[in-house]
Design a protein around this ligand. Structure first.
Ligand SMILES: CC(C)(C)CCc1c(C(=O)O)[nH]c(=O)[nH]c1=O
Length: 315
């Protein structure tokens, strides 16, 4: 059974990889991903300067393994750390695993500076721009401000020059799918979109202590895990149906087993990212989910993912 896939000009021997933010801030964590069955890895979204992030507790799993909540606050080593990592990364590694670098500038000038630095370094890594990054005060995150998103792309896409991806927040309105896809279709070097980032500003409360689970933002934080699966499948399929010129979708959200990975591919995903389940289970999740996906494919008579990618049936 062939689980390989190609995206943005690179080939992943296995279409599973981590979701940016999980197990990918430090070099040792990135090495754990390289040593796992994951077919690639993406770094924690980087900002211009290093950040400690929010006070803890800032991540919590939800009771009943239904998902997670987080308000990490972009803790990262600063973009130069990941630029150095990308400079010394072995792109000819025996496992054939490519490298994705996530950037989340706190402003357009910050994103511009980081993209210019990566462009000047001329490396084989693929940039994934995190559009959940903050916008001007009082304005929604960039991914929810269509004008600001287009303006940012008009600056960043030409600088990046080569194929790159965008990490998107979930959309919940068909008009937003239409508007966002229309913007992305204007930029030839947007090779893929990753759907979805966490479902924003949920509130998890422990009923016994009557207390929010996480400390930052009065307990408000992004939701992930199985509870966001149907929203992530919708976003994957909405953009799969709307993007043109070979633009692809990476699925992220709710993957706890081979079954959800299979559903993401049915919805149109070319690769599948795992976040909450990686956080809870560790890097062994990639071997387990790969085996489960292969078993499903064998049972259904599929030998490669192209045979069913995007082929979700409607009634
Ligand atoms: C939410 C932001 C802090 C603006 C971006 C970083 C980020 C975080 C985070 O670092 O809190 N958590 C997520 O689930 N998704 C993200 O994109």
């Amino acid at each position: 059974v062939d689980l390989s896939t190609s995206i943005a000009g690179v080939t992943l021997p296995n279409l599973l990889l981590n979701a940016s933010g999980v197990n990918c801030r430090y070099e040792n964590e990135l090495q754990q991903l390289l040593d796992s069955s994951a077919g690639s890895l993406v770094t924690k979204s980087a900002t211009l300067s290093s950040r400690d992030g929010n006070p803890e507790p800032r991540y919590a799993p939800l009771a009943g393994q239904i998902g997670s909540i987080n308000s990490m606050g972009l803790p990262n080593q600063g973009y130069e750390y990941y630029l150095e990592y990308a400079k010394k990364f072995d792109y000819n590694n025996a496992a054939g695993k490519p490298l994705f670098i996530s950037l989340a500038g706190m402003s357009l000038p910050d994103n511009k500076a980081m993209c210019e630095a990566f462009r000047d370094a001329n490396l084989p890594c693929v940039l994934e721009i995190n559009f959940s990054c903050p916008n001007l005060p009082g304005k929604p995150q960039l991914g929810y401000d269509m004008e600001a998103m287009e303006a940012a792309l008009q600056v960043l896409a030409p600088i990046i020059g080569k194929p790159f991806g965008i990490k998107l927040p979930p959309y919940f309105d068909i008009a937003h799918f239409d508007q966002a896809a229309a913007i992305f279709n204007k930029f030839d070097n947007i090779a893929y979109v990753t759907c979805i980032n966490s479902v924003g500003n949920g509130l998890a409360i422990d009923w016994e202590s009557e207390t929010a689970l996480i400390k930052p933002k009065d307990g408000f934080g992004g939701l992930g895990g199985l509870m966001v699966l149907q929203t992530s499948l919708a976003n994957v399929n909405a953009f799969y149906r709307r993007l043109n010129n070979g633009k692809q979708v990476i699925g992220c959200g709710g993957v706890t087993s081979g079954k959800e990975a299979f559903l993401h591919i049915l919805a149109g995903a070319s690769a599948v990212q795992i976040g909450t389940q990686l956080q809870e289970e560790g890097t062994g999740v990639f071997e387990r989910v790969s085996k489960e996906l292969e078993e499903i494919m064998v049972a259904k008579g599929y030998t490669n993912v192209e045979e069913f990618r995007g082929k979700v049936k409607t009634l």
